[in-house]
Design a protein around this ligand. Structure first.
Ligand code: FMN
Length: 182
């Protein structure tokens, strides 16, 4: 399978997840191209499947990912695809927070007219070492409310790497299901 991975990242966790996925997909025998949506654009034409990833900041995904998906939604809708959403909320077990997260994802997909086969909510990280004073303050408040780490001299990673490993398998299954339908 010729796989495209395109992502947006602010502090680097989504890039780390996507690079892990690239390695997993290559080990599974797939041919992979990976690109940051702020860099030179890789169009989805010529690919058999795509994973698009973005992280949530103040209730929104990166604008570069929104532009990329809006511009390419028709091509994306023609191939098996996964939207990988990275957030702190995905680490929580609060139903209200999950409702908000699902609303953020649904309105992003509505606005961009993209219908991915799989939507994966993945927990990100609290990387205090990468935040400026203001971000540190805000994120500590958010962490206090959501039960995240509050010692700003440490970084906290909540990503479930076993869940991330399943992303390639789920996309392969979606591709097979599409083949059977057509
Ligand atoms: C300034 C800031 C705002 C954030 N806002 C949200 C938010 O509204 N909801 C949420 O679930 N996570 C939020 N997060 C957590 C990020 O989604 C999480 O840190 C993620 O790992 C960031 O991924 P990235 O490093 O690829 O940008 C926020 C993080 C920062 C630093």
């Amino acid at each position: 399978m010729k796989l495209l991975i395109a992502y947006g990242t602010t502090e680097g966790q989504t890039r780390k997840i996507c690079e892990f996925l690239r390695d997993e997909a290559q080990q599974a025998g797939h041919w992979v191209s990976i690109a940051d949506t702020t860099g030179p654009q890789l169009r989805p034409s010529g690919f058999d499947a795509a994973i698009i990833a973005a992280s949530v900041h103040y209730g929104n995904y990166q604008a570069s990912v929104e532009h990329y998906v809006t511009d390419n939604h028709e091509l994306l809708n023609h191939i098996p695809s996964t939207f990988l959403s990275v957030s702190l909320t995905a680490a929580s077990d609060e139903p209200e927070s999950w409702k908000e997260l699902n609303n953020i994802t649904e309105s992003f997909l509505d606005r961009t007219h993209w219908n991915p086969d799989v939507v994966e909510q993945v927990a990100g990280a609290l990387l205090y070492s990468k935040y400026n004073f203001f971000k540190k303050f805000i994120m500590r408040l958010i962490a206090q409310r959501s039960g995240g780490g509050t010692d700003t001299s440490e970084d906290y990673e909540y990503t479930d790497w076993d869940q991330v490993k399943q992303v390639i398998t789920k996309l392969e299954t979606a591709a097979k299901t599409r083949e059977q339908i057509t």
